[in-house]
Ligand binder design. Structure first.
Ligand code: OVM
Length: 398
C-alpha cells in the first residue's frame, strides 16, 4: 500500500466534541482501516485491537523515550524531566521497572489488603449514614484513593489536594497544546514543585512505597538520583487513573442493575468487574509512540521519527476482538484488554488499582442492594483520560 491510499481525517480527537463523546469517532476510525492518518496533528492512528496490541508490544520499533504524548522529545524539550519508566526504553527503563514491580507487586500488597478493606468499609458506612443520593465522584471515586494511596506512598499530610490537579494537567499534556493544557499551564510550575518536593527521602514516611524506593537505591538497585524520579511516577500515575477507574466501575454498575445483582450473588467477581470496567470505559484512552526506524504496521510504513497514536479505548471495544464490545458484562473474560497497556510498559501499578477497586466494590456490595445513576452525570474532559466530573447515584441500603 502507498501513502496515498491511507484513509485520512481532519477530525481532531482532542477536540471537546470528540472528548465528550469519543465512541462514534473511534468506531469510524476502526472501520476506516488498520491505520488512519490524522491530518490535524500529522500522525498515524491505530484504533483496531490487532494494531494497537502490535504497537504496544513492539518497543524496539516504536519507542517511548521520545515521549508518549504528541510532543516529540527528539525535537522538543519536554515540559518536565522525562519519566524513567513511562518515557524510557530498555535498557535504561529496566532497573527502575524491576524495583517498582517488586514494590507494587501482588506479594508486597498483601500487607495492605486487610487495612484497605477496613478503610473501604468505613468510608461506605460513613457515606450510607448520609442521604441516599450523592455525587460518587467526590464521595467515592476520589475519596477512597485519596484516603489510602497517599498514606501507602508515605506522603505527609499537607498539600495532598495538589495530587489530582497535577495528574489532570500531566494527562492533558500528553495531548496537543489546546485549551485544556492552557487552562492548566498557570499552576503547572507550582504543582510540579510541590510534587518534586514530596519525592525527597526526608519528605516520606519510613514505611511506604516511597521509602521502599529509596531503600532500593541504598542497595544499589537504582541510583540515588533515580529514586525521587520513581517516587514522582507513583504520584503522577497513581491517583487520577485509579479515581477514574473507580468512577468507571461505579458508572457501569449504576447503569447495569442486572450486573449489580450478579455481583451481590458472587462478590468474588469484584476484580473481574473492575477489569471489565477498565476495558469498557478505558480511563486511559490514548498514548503515543515514536517510530525508531521505518516500521510496517497494518500494511503501512510509519516513517522513522514520526508519532503514532494508539487508541486503547477503541481497541478495547473492537468487535473484531470482543463479542458485544459495548456491553458491560461480568460473564465475559476481559483479560487481554489494553486498558493497562500491554508488553513491557504495561501498568506497573495495576495490582494497586485492582486492590483499591476490589476493596471499595466489595464494601459496597455487602451494604447496598441497588445502585442507580440519577441522570446522565457530567463528563470531565481531559486529553488522555475518560473521566467524570460528577456521577450522581441513588443507593438503597441492603
Ligand atoms: C510517570 C507516569 C505518568 C503518567 C502516566 C504514567 C500511565 C506514568 O510519571 O511515570 O503511566
Amino acid at each position: 500500500m502507498t501513502t496515498a491510499t491511507i484513509p485520512a481525517t481532519a477530525v481532531d480527537p482532542f477536540s471537546p466534541e470528540v472528548l465528550a463523546d469519543p465512541l462514534p469517532f473511534q468506531a469510524w476510525l476502526r472501520d476506516a482501516g488498520p491505520v488512519v492518518h490524522l491530518k490535524r496533528h500529522d500522525v498515524h492512528a491505530f484504533a483496531r485491537y490487532e494494531q494497537v496490541h502490535a504497537a504496544l508490544v513492539d518497543w524496539q520499533g516504536l519507542q517511548s523515550a521520545a515521549g508518549v504524548g504528541l510532543s516529540n522529545f527528539r525535537f522538543e524539550k519536554p515540559w518536565r524531566p522525562p519519566s524513567l519508566l513511562l518515557e524510557a526504553d530498555p535498557p535504561r527503563h529496566d532497573a527502575p521497572r524491576r524495583v517498582l514491580s517488586g514494590i507494587l507487586g501482588p506479594r508486597a500488597l498483601r500487607r495492605l489488603r486487610e487495612r484497605w478493606f477496613a478503610d473501604a468499609e468505613r468510608l461506605v458506612d460513613e457515606l450510607l449514614d448520609g442521604p441516599d443520593e450523592f455525587d460518587a465522584v467526590p464521595a467515592l471515586a476520589e475519596a477512597f484513593p485519596l484516603r489510602v494511596f497517599p498514606d501507602a506512598v508515605g506522603l505527609g499530610p499537607d498539600g495532598r489536594e495538589n495530587l489530582l490537579p497535577y495528574g489532570n494537567h500531566l494527562f492533558n499534556a500528553f495531548g496537543p497544546p489546546n485549551a485544556l493544557v492552557e487552562a492548566g499551564n498557570g499552576r503547572a510550575a507550582e504543582l510540579g514543585a510541590w510534587v518534586g518536593a514530596q519525592c525527597a527521602r526526608d519528605a516520606l514516611s519510613g514505611d511506604g512505597f516511597g521509602a521502599a524506593i529509596w531503600a532500593a537505591s541504598d542497595r544499589g538497585e537504582i541510583t540515588p538520583e533515580q529514586a525521587p524520579m520513581i517516587v514522582r511516577s507513583l504520584l503522577s500515575a497513581g491517583v487520577d487513573t485509579t479515581v477514574h477507574g473507580i468512577a468507571a466501575v461505579l458508572h457501569a454498575f449504576a447503569t447495569h442493575p442486572e450486573q449489580w445483582r450478579r455481583l451481590r450473588e458472587r462478590p468474588d467477581l469484584a476484580r473481574v468487574a473492575f477489569d471489565e470496567a477498565v476495558r469498557w470505559q478505558s480511563p486511559v484512552q490514548t498514548f503515543f509512540r515514536t517510530a525508531t526506524r521505518d516500521v510496517e504496521i497494518g500494511g503501512i510504513v510509519i516513517p522513522d521519527g514520526s508519532k503514532i497514536l494508539m487508541f486503547l479505548g477503541a481497541a478495547n471495544r473492537d468487535p473484531r476482538r470482543w463479542a458485544e464490545p459495548d456491553a458491560f458484562d461480568l460473564a465475559r473474560d476481559p483479560s487481554g484488554h489494553v486498558g493497562f497497556g500491554m508488553g513491557l510498559h504495561q501498568c506497573v501499578g495495576q495490582h494497586v488499582a485492582r486492590l483499591e477497586a476490589e476493596a471499595l466494590v466489595t464494601a459496597l456490595a455487602a451494604r447496598v442492594s441497588s445502585i442507580e445513576q440519577v441522570g446522565d452525570g457530567e463528563r470531565h474532559l481531559n486529553n488522555t483520560l475518560r473521566a467524570w466530573a460528577s456521577l450522581p447515584l441513588r443507593v438503597h441500603r441492603a
